[in-house]
Design a protein around this ligand. Sequence first.
Ligand code: NDP
Length: 448
Amino acid sequence: MSNFDYDLFVIGAGSGGVRASRIAASHGARVAVAEDYRVGGTCVIRGCVPKKLLVYGAHFAEDLKDARHFGWDVPDCKFDWDRLRDNVQAEVTRLEGLYGQTLENHKVTVFKTRATIAGPQKVRLADGTELTAERILVATGGWPHVPEFPGSEHAITSNEVFHLDKLPKRVVIAGGGYIANEFAGIFNEFGSKVTIVNRGDTILRGYDEQIRDRLLQISMTKGIDFKFNAPFEKIVQNDDGTLTVHLGGCEPIVADAVLVAAGRVPNTKGVGLEEVGVDLDDHGAIKVDESNQSSVPSIYAVGDVTNRIQLTPVAIREGQAFADSVFGGKPTVVDYQNVPSAVFSHPPIGAVGMTEAEARNKLGSIRVYTSDFRAMKNVLAGRNERALYKMVVNAATDQVVGLHMIGPDAPEILQAAAIAVKAGLTKADFDNTVALHPSMAEELVLLK
Ligand code: NDP
C-alpha cells in the first residue's frame, strides 16, 4: 500500500479520462476521477453523440421527400425541434448514467466537483479538500474558441447549440471546419436559412480538395450560403432580439442565432499546471511524450488537452495506452498513422490516409483513381446529388495510401476500408476483391 490517497487521480471524466480510470482500476490501481460538469465529457454530453442524433433527425427531411418516389404517400410533415431536442437530451442523460455506472462498477471514486493541481502529487477539490496521488492524469479536454470581436457575447457555440429554446429561422455560422459544416447541414435540413461565414476561402482544411469542393457544391445546391474571406467585425443585437452580423468585405446579415465554430482550445487555464512546472505549447496544450508523460514525471495527459488529434477515439486510445503502460505492465504507444475521420455533413465525408496533394508532396509518383457516381437511391428519388470516391496509390509500391469519400453512408463504408489502408494493402488487393452488388461500397473495388 502506498502512502498516497490514490494511485491515480484523473481530472476530467470525458472519453480519455473515463477510459484511463476504468482500465487503471481494472489493473488494480486505486483510482479517483473529478468532473465538474457531467460524466461523459464533450463527446457524450455536447459533441459527437447528440450531434449524430441531430444529424439523423435532420436526414429525415430528405428521406420523407424521397419516400414519395418510392411509393409512399407522405403528407406534408412538420418538424418539432422541442421534441427532438428533449429526446436527444434524454438519451444523453441515459448515457451519462451508463458512464457513471461503469466507473462505479470498477470501484473508481467519482468527485463531482472541480479539481486543480496543487502539487506534483496533490490535487485540490473546489471545497478546499486536498488529496494525494502517486500519479495525476489531466484529461480536461478542450473548449470552443470564440475570437474576440464586439458583440461576441451574443454568439453561441457548440456547447449551447443543443439547448436552443426554439429553432432559429436564420443562422449564421462562423468557421469552415467540422462543426460549421455539420451544423450547417443540420439546420438547413430543419428548414433554417443558413449562412457559413469563413475568414479564409477554404472549408475543411486538411481534407482532400476534390471532396471539399464537392461538399461545397452540394451544400450550395441545397441552399446553404457561403461567405468567404469575410472576417467577423461585430454582432449587434437589435431591439426585436435579432442579431446583425457585420463582416469585412460584405453586406451585414440579420440572423436569429450566430454559432461560432472556430476551433477548440485545450482546457488548461486555471488547472494549476504552470504553477507546478508542467510545460505547455504555444496553443496552451500540455506537452507530452509518446508515453503521455508531461514535463513533471508524475503528471500525465491524454486527449484534446494535449492537442494531438482532437478526436474521441484517439483520446480513448491514449487513455487505454496510458493505463496499460503505467498500471498494466504493457507498454503501449498510440499509432497516429492512418487515423480515419468523418464529417457528418449532408452528405457525409469519410477519409483516411494522405490526400492527393500530400501524397504528391511526400511520395512524388502517385496514381489517383476516382469514381463520380449517383447513388442508386438518389437516382430513383430524383435527387441530383453525386457521390465521389477517391483512392490515392503509391505508384512505386501499388500501396493504397489514401481513401476519400463523400456520399451517403461514407463514414460507415470508410471505417471498414480504413482497415485495408492501415494494413498496407495494394490497389491489386482491392481489385482482387469481388464486388458486392449492388452497393455503393463496391465502387472501391471497381476503380479504373
Ligand atoms: P475546425 O478546426 O474544424 O475548424 C475551425 C474553423 O474556424 C476553420 O475554418 C478555421 O479557419 C476557422 N477559424 C479558426 N480560428 C479562427 C479565428 N480566430 N477567426 C475566424 N475563424 C477562425 O474546428 P471546429 O470548431 O469545427 O471543431 C473543433 C474540433 O472538434 C475539430 O478540429 C475536430 O477535431 C473536432 N470535431 C470533430 C468532429 C468529427 O469527428 N466529425 C465533429 C466536430 C468537431 P482556417 O481554416 O482559416 O484555419
